[in-house]
Design a protein. Structure first.
Length: 561
């Protein structure tokens, strides 16, 4: 495209502009965001306008520089006819008059050239939001996509890096502070050139914070100024890969273990977006950050779980969880539901583990609401005569059966216990359906608090039953080899084999006894991964990882706090 008019945009070192709207830049990947700053192309832009609002005012001048690695690749400079008079105050500030703008091209002629000039680059500006808002308004008016470029604001960078060195963050102040060769004078190109010099000076300062890639630079303004900011240098060697990371103190003790899809971005976020109460203390105590790269985020999640279980780091909340709780339908003459911390192969029916005893008691109450099992703790021997007398309080209220007081014989009570046993096993509807019916009756009677409590009990029970199904399905198969998006996966009785050279088929687990908490957490992690994986192919299997039992209530998906 020939630029013959003396008022056409002045472009140097760049190709001609397109004549059709340019497609919006695609979202950058982690690898692209991690591009070393020396390889990032920046377009530093500054505008002059007729006022402050992009809704009512217009652009009068555009100036921009295209930079990479400190080298000037091209320039863009043009006046723009706004189609309206320039306010006297703006003329005094910029020196731009109506006479200068009258023969200049309008924005519809200038914008395509600028979009081509800025294509594929990171937009930089001093208070860049102001400049981009006017450019976006012009794009909207002319049918172009809004700017989707990554943006860097030198105001935000200066606020993070040198706020205590300068009286204010005006461009003129920063230019004097860094002794730029170009002085900002409220003209677009001169101000853009000064902003480019300020940017390079700020990048030198940012290197002390371990800022080496584009993602680091974009995140830097959000990082709070706290005493541990100097420790950002500990993240300098972290890769932008999936993996696990360990915070260690001066004595080498592991303080915290975490996982990440992007190790570098995740660890650096502790200095910016993390607002958990103990993070400042964690950073103060940290002297070293170690990492291990994993093949996939799923492998990282498995390694994180095992490290937390083995090391019990002080700052990992999961490592402080209390011992597991289980529900137990006792194997006695008149079975009852109890909460216990130990699961044994004693002929009882178990459900769990539960993360808290409160959840276990909620599930116990759900079963007792569905089946009126006895709630008293009286021991009744196999051949002992049943003593007749006043029934216990739950039995008097009609919510429990009290065989120890002669209310029911062995056969009748065995039928009740069998309902509970089958509900915990092959037919969960025997427990879930009565609870759902009870909840609806309470809601119809406008007893909403009782209905909500029943709903929560039902949800807790349904979730526990669903977890048991998922874990038992995995524990049945001696060995499964899967090919998925994340690569090859080997499971031995549901546990992930991270090193196939050490893989072996262990002794089959006793499915009548629920797994311990450590095993259950990993089984559920595998189960959730299989549910979410888009493409999974079974290469080899010994055993069947499946369930032919009817589905669990939809309330398994209800969130319970």
């Amino acid at each position: 495209m020939a630029l013959t008019s003396p008022f056409a945009p002045t472009l140097s070192g760049f190709a001609a502009a397109p004549t059709a709207p340019a497609a919006a830049p695609r979202q950058q990947s982690f690898d692209e965001l991690g591009t070393p700053l020396a390889e990032v192309t920046f377009v530093v832009v500054d505008l002059e306008t007729t006022g402050a609002s992009p809704r009512t005012e217009a652009i009068t001048e555009i100036g921009a520089l295209r930079l990479r690695g400190g080298e000037l690749l091209g320039t863009f400079e043009t006046l723009v006819n706004p189609g309206v008079p320039v306010p006297p105050m703006i003329t005094v500030l910029t020196g731009i008059t109506d006479a200068m703008l009258l023969p200049a091209p309008k924005i519809d002629e200038v914008l395509p050239a600028f979009l081509e000039f800025a294509h594929g680059a990171v937009i930089v500006g001093h208070n860049v939001r102001f400049d981009v808002s006017f450019l976006d308004a012009a794009c909207d008016a002319l049918g172009y996509p809004r700017l989707a470029h990554r943006r860097v604001d030198t105001v935000a960078l200066a606020r993070r890096l040198i706020r205590d060195e300068v009286p204010n963050l005006r461009l003129s102040t920063l230019a004097r502070h860094f002794r730029t060769a170009v002085e900002p004078v409220h003209r677009a190109y001169a101000d853009a050139a000064a902003t480019g010099e300020v940017l390079h000076a700020l990048l030198e300062r940012a290197a002390a914070y371990g800022v080496t890639g584009l993602d680091d630079l974009v995140a830097l303004p959000t990082m709070r100024a706290h005493p541990s900011a100097a420790k950002l240098a500990l993240t300098a060697k972290l890769p932008r890969r999936p993996g696990v990371y360990l915070f260690r103190d001066r004595a080498g003790r592991v303080l915290y273990v975490g996982k990440a899809t992007n190790l570098r971005a995740r660890v650096r976020s502790y200095f910016s977006t993390e607002d958990r109460r103990k993070v400042p203390q964690l950073l103060r105590e940290t002297e070293r950050i170690e990492h291990r790269v994993c093949r996939s985020p799923f492998e990282a999640a498995i390694r994180e779980l095992r490290l937390i279980q083995r090391l019990a780091p002080r700052f990992n909340r999961a490592s402080k969880s209390k011992r597991a709780s289980y529900l137990k339908l006792t194997a006695e003459r008149f079975p009852r539901i109890v909460v216990t911390h130990v699961a044994r192969a004693d002929g009882s029916s178990y459900l769990g583990p539960f993360r808290s005893s409160a959840a276990a008691h909620r599930a116990r109450e759900a079963i007792e609401d569905a089946v009126p099992l006895r709630r008293c703790g009286t021991r009744i021997g196999q051949n002992a005569a049943i003593e007749c007398g006043p029934a216990c309080v739950p039995a008097q209220l009609g919510v429990a059966t009290c065989p120890c007081r002669g209310q029911v014989d062995d056969g009748e009570y065995a039928a009740l216990a069998d309902v509970a046993r089958r509900g915990l096993g092959e037919d969960p509807s025997l427990l879930c359906d009565p609870l759902e019916a009870r909840m609806r009756r309470l809601a119809d009677a406008e007893r909403f608090e009782e209905a909500a409590a029943t709903r929560d009990r039902l949800a807790t029970l349904a979730q526990a039953l669903q977890r048991r199904r998922a874990m038992d399905a995995l524990r049945r198969a001696a060995r499964i080899v899967l090919e998925a998006d994340d690569g090859r996966l080997v499971l031995v009785y549901g546990r992930v084999v991270l090193d196939e050279s050490k893989a072996r088929v262990d002794r089959a687990p006793d499915l009548s006894v629920p797994p311990a908490t450590e095993e259950a957490d990993e089984l559920m992690l595998v189960s959730r991964w299989l549910e979410k994986a888009r493409h999974v192919r079974c290469e080899h299997a010994i055993g069947v990882a499946a369930s032919q039992l009817p589905p669990v209530s939809d309330y398994a998906r209800v969130r319970v706090d």
